[in-house]
Design a protein around this ligand. Structure first.
Ligand SMILES: *[C@@H]1O[C@H](CO)[C@@H](O)[C@H](O)[C@H]1NC(C)=O
Ligand SMILES: *[C@@H]1O[C@H](CO)[C@@H](O)[C@H](O)[C@H]1NC(C)=O
Ligand SMILES: *[C@@H]1O[C@H](CO)[C@@H](O)[C@H](O)[C@H]1NC(C)=O
Ligand SMILES: *[C@@H]1O[C@H](CO)[C@@H](O)[C@H](O)[C@H]1NC(C)=O
Ligand SMILES: *[C@@H]1O[C@H](CO)[C@@H](O)[C@H](O)[C@H]1NC(C)=O
Ligand SMILES: *[C@@H]1O[C@H](CO)[C@@H](O)[C@H](O)[C@H]1NC(C)=O
Ligand SMILES: *[C@@H]1O[C@H](CO)[C@@H](O)[C@H](O)[C@H]1NC(C)=O
Length: 518
């Protein structure tokens, strides 16, 4: 009931609020996530949506988990964040995201946070090397927001950028001392932050492969972004790295050399013959089913760039025959009823439920997501902003997630009439509870004696609202329960509405006994 209500509220406020995408607000905390509008058009996979909301107004810019009905489940710390997802570390599920200090010419310089299923930060991964920044500022850690990927060896792959000079005289409009943004990636030991591997594009890939017009580069702040790394994946013999400004993925050997290049424009480059594998300005290239003979790649083909190409942006799955050096498209994910042109960012995730083989597309700068089934039909459309300047998300994922937060639930009461009080309860991040009980406590500090259950109510979304009428208790607290099992207790709050002694008529005309404890 309350779920459908919140959906109606969502749609109503969508219709009313122009301009500006509406947010949801709560009584129990300062969270203000953007409303997530979800329309199902088929069977969707289970799981929660992980959206690292960016560019949204204060109160909403944060790594955020939503359920399949669009209810917020968890909101993390506010601020610039990217690449929020579930990963496996030492065999357990963790959530990870990147955050950063801002700087000019880049998304910021940051670190990545690894949280366990109670949202305790168990590792903070940082990167230190002799980086040069456009502003000249020094940072605590230099991880770039485009990638942080936990490998099966429990190390982390991260991207980085460096401002440096190189000789581009061999290119049209080039110069011997041109300033460029170099793309790097590192493999880092998660426990010690020790650098295990470092790789640098300028050293291994001819800068002439870039597809970005050569311009600027006269000074540091005007450096030319020739490569633009945005994903790195571990592979059997090394790594697969993607450069948005070269329309190619490169397989990097463990000794750093390039093993092969798959180009999105094979007539002009790369090591594979292909006719229908075309991509430009792409994101999020991942590897599946790698063997010595073949592998499968998935990616978000933006096919768009600010003020340049105009999409439509679409998902692409490519089969790569390593023996015969051929590549062909196996899936192209498009939605003709709602064409999206995403000029920056984006993701394609094979949902981690192998039987259905659903895929989730995050549309990057356009605040939309779509789930496709194995045949390429859209089964879910989602939206959380009107335009790229109002909200976006670098990548969007769907994962199963079970969490028991290390903090307590929150109970807030507000007396509305002499005899009634509104009570609101939430437990940020908790996934397993399905109902609340409100209990009376004998004193402000004691939970031990005379606890009485005053009311039980099913969980309704992120925050559950109940009305307490004529309750004989001075102190109350709420417990989050799974069935009858208590998972956590809120602090005790003082409850102020009056209690009407037995036999006396309340304002509503009910006898007290009709409202007895349950
Ligand atoms: C970044 O570039 C500078 C030159 O501008 C160079 O001295 C430095 O070693 C580079 N840093 C890394 C991490 O490669
Ligand atoms: C820069 O490259 C050009 C052309 O490749 C070469 O002739 C020139 O000597 C190089 N300049 C420097 C300073 O290395
Ligand atoms: C760097 O070059 C750009 C483009 O030529 C120019 O607008 C800018 O003022 C220059 N900055 C400095 C610090 O010289
Ligand atoms: C790097 O490794 C690849 C693949 O193992 C090998 O073919 C190549 O010769 C190696 N290059 C160097 C410089 O050792
Ligand atoms: C990987 O191989 C399995 C078994 O052949 C297949 O079912 C699955 O679709 C493949 N995955 C991808 C991403 O192609
Ligand atoms: C969902 O459907 C409603 C009603 O047709 C529409 O206004 C809204 O834009 C749709 N939202 C998405 C994310 O497709
Ligand atoms: C408390 O209830 C009153 C009366 O209904 C309402 O005006 C007020 O906004 C409520 N306060 C909060 C914090 O919800």
């Amino acid at each position: 009931m309350a779920r459908s209500l919140s959906l109606i509220y969502g749609l109503l406020s969508l219709a009313l609020a122009e301009p500006g995408w509406p947010s949801t607000s709560f009584q129990t905390g300062e969270w203000q996530p953007p409303c997530l509008s979800l329309n199902k058009t088929g069977d969707t996979d289970p799981g929660y949506l992980f959206i690292g909301v960016r560019k949204y107004k204060q109160g909403g810019n944060a790594p955020t988990i939503f359920d399949n009905n669009g209810n917020m489940v968890w909101q993390g710390p506010h601020g610039e964040n990217m690449d929020f997802k579930v990963q496996k570390l030492f065999g357990r599920d963790v959530i990870t995201y990147w955050d950063a200090q801002p700087d000019i010419r880049v998304l910021g310089y940051g670190s990545t946070h690894v949280l366990d299923t109670s949202y305790q930060e168990i590792f903070t991964v940082t990167l230190n090397d002799d980086f040069r920044t456009a502003s000249g500022k020094i940072f605590d850690s230099y991880i770039d927001g485009h990638e942080h990927y936990i490998t099966p060896q429990n190390t982390m792959l991260v991207s980085a950028v460096n401002f440096t000079q190189t000789n581009t005289s061999h290119l049209r409009r080039g110069r011997p001392d041109m300033w460029v943004i170099d793309s790097l990636f590192y493999e880092i030991d998660i426990k010690t932050n020790q650098i295990l591997f470092k790789w640098d594009a300028l050293e291994h890939i001819p800068i002439s492969k870039t597809r970005l017009d050569l311009k600027g580069g006269k000074n540091l702040t005007d450096a030319w972004d020739a490569y633009h790394i945005n994903s790195v994946t571990p592979t059997r013999y090394g790594y697969l790295v993607n450069f948005r400004h070269i329309f190619s993925a490169f397989y990097i050997n463990k000794n750093g050399s390039v093993r092969w290049e798959l180009s999105g424009d094979s007539e002009n480059g790369g090591d594979f013959e292909s006719h229908n594998v075309k991509f430009e300005w792409q994101h999020d290239i991942r590897v599946y089913n790698e063997s010595d003979e073949s592998l499968v790649l998935s990616l978000m083909n933006n096919d768009a760039m600010e003020n340049q190409d105009k999409g439509p942006s679409r998902g692409l799955v490519v089969y790569v025959d390593l023996v015969n050096k051929k590549a062909w498209r196996t899936h192209e994910l498009t939605d003709p009823t709602d064409i999206v042109v995403s000029a920056t960012q984006g993701s394609l995730q094979f949902l981690p439920y192998t039987e259905t083989e659903h895929m989730l597309l995050g549309y990057g700068s356009i605040p939309k997501l779509k789930e496709y089934d194995a045949d390429g039909n859209v089964v879910l459309r989602g939206q959380f902003g009107n335009n790229p300047f109002e909200a976006n998300a670098y990548r969007i994922f769907k994962f199963p997630w079970r969490a028991h937060p290390h903090w307590d639930p929150v109970l807030v009461v507000n007396q509305t009439t002499e005899y009634t009080t509104d009570a609101y309860m939430s437990w940020n991040g908790a996934t397993e509870y399905d109902n609340w009980a409100i209990l009376s406590a004998p004193s402000k500090t004691s939970l031990l004696q005379e606890e009485k259950v005053l009311l039980v109510h099913e969980r309704t979304g992120f925050e559950t609202h109940v009305q307490l009428d004529n309750v004989n208790a001075k102190f109350i607290f709420a417990v989050a329960r799974e069935g009858e099992k208590i998972l956590a207790k809120s602090p005790i709050v003082e409850y102020s509405a009056c209690f009407i002694p037995r036999g006396q008529k309340s304002l509503r005309g009910f006898e007290k006994d009709e409202w007895d404890y349950i």
